[in-house]
Design a protein around this ligand. Sequence first.
Ligand SMILES: NC(=O)c1ccc[n+]([C@@H]2O[C@H](COP(=O)([O-])OP(=O)(O)OC[C@H]3O[C@@H](n4cnc5c(N)ncnc54)[C@H](O)[C@@H]3O)[C@@H](O)[C@H]2O)c1
Length: 509
Amino acid sequence: MSVSNAPIIGVVGAGTMGRGVAQLFAEGGHAVRLFDAVPGAAARGRQFVADLMQRAVDKGRHTKDQASAVLDRITLCDTLTDLTQCSVVIEAIVEDIAVKQQLFDALEAVVAADAILASNTSSLVVAQIAARCKHPQRIAGLHFFNPVPLMKVVEVIAAVRTSEATVARLRELVEGVGHRAVIAADQPGFLVNHAGRGLYTEGLRILEEQAASPADIDEVMREAAGFRMGPFELLDLAGLDVSGKVMASIYEQFQQEPRFRPSSLVPPRIAAGMYGRKSGEGWYAYGSDGKPIRPVSPVAAANLLPAGLKIWIDPQAEQRGSLAQLAASAGAEVIDARDRAQLFIIQPWGWDASSACIGLGLDARRCVAVDPLPGLKRRRTLMLTAVTDREARDAAAMLLRHDGAKLTVINDSPGFIVQRVLATIVNIAADIAQRGIASVTDIEDAVKLGLGYPHGPLSWGDRIGGTRVLAILRNMQAATGDPRYRPSPWLVRRVGLGVSLLTAEAARA
Ligand SMILES: NC(=O)c1ccc[n+]([C@@H]2O[C@H](COP(=O)([O-])OP(=O)(O)OC[C@H]3O[C@@H](n4cnc5c(N)ncnc54)[C@H](O)[C@@H]3O)[C@@H](O)[C@H]2O)c1
């Protein structure tokens, strides 16, 4: 495992991230020099790695010899000057621009002329960290994710003065220890945190509109869209105090781009200390076992569909055939005559149920909508108009649960839950590509590895259909008047040209 000519890696800051970076490179065969300003902190960092190595031995993932070789490669340093021989120094200290600038100044005086200095900053501008350095071309961001050894993606941040050679060396270094290196421009949130905005901001927007509860939004995103966690579960995990600042900072750094507009729901909850798991209460309350307490849906499951219920299903509905079969098996009658129908079922794209109903000239009191995007196989979403009456709601809920399927009932929402969140994610990724912040391949891999989404965002757009994503966005924009839904030129052009959203600009390909 040891690679004798592997570059010596310096790590400054031995906290959560620094100790993980030290472990990654030591496991990859590099000699690592670990320094921390607080006495004893580097030793604690190394001990943390030692404990993990012991666990790896217990589980049979490392032999005893391998584990002790990894530890032997991590040398503790008393002063920065002990980093003289390092070819690459990775900084993982406090997220404070003045402190980081001071450190980079000091490091330049210590390391060789061709050494690379990299910052693990999450939110600072890398060019600003490098601003006081004599050789900014050898300074870059190297953004790891927590826990470093397990999160298999690392962003190499090319600041405006970073040389191509620096980027290439860092990429090689990262890939040499088995992680995927993606290259991102020195822009707010870099790549992963930028691409991850859609899930949070759109989840919060749906809640703001009182379309659905946090628990319903999370459940639909997990069970109908295939996410590991919904936006509110993720916010509770990360802590709203931290995520709230990130949301505000990325919005401001993007000059108040409406797509990243944070929610007014957040500051009062931060003020009240409702951070999430760590404070015992967030979007969810947590029981003594640490598990979230999930509220029960207020929509009671109706038991009996009224006998001979007459249902009209929109001929344009995506799943008209399956809905009609379901209706027949539940004992309802599907009819074409609108004037005799007791329940209208529609499947709009990007519109709220009320607007879609108005457009079709249907009686909104007897109208409901079913989300066509996830299809009927997984958890179904039933959307009510602003005035759907209780009988129509309960009949539709009964019908959709008739075959044992799971159901979420929501209020009016342009694009239901899944359509609007996925269209937002695709649109933001398309704009990352349009702005040249990262390549299409890097966007795809970074999102899968860094955010754990089941698909890369642009190929997800292709699966849904670019034309459909564009229609959802345009309809959401028309329904709300909100420029956050305006489609990225990347999307508009590729849909117009009839090509995949993964198609790179000819000059860049
Ligand atoms: N925690 C995460 O999930 C995460 C993820 C990606 C990036 N980051 C970034 O990584 C950096 C470190 O974050 P962390 O979570 O490991 O913090 P941390 O508080 O766990 O560790 C920081 C360490 O740096 C040391 N330190 C502070 N100032 C120093 C200095 N001037 N010289 C040497 N050592 C100093 C501290 O003593 C501490 O041990 C930050 O820039 C953060 O934004 C964090």
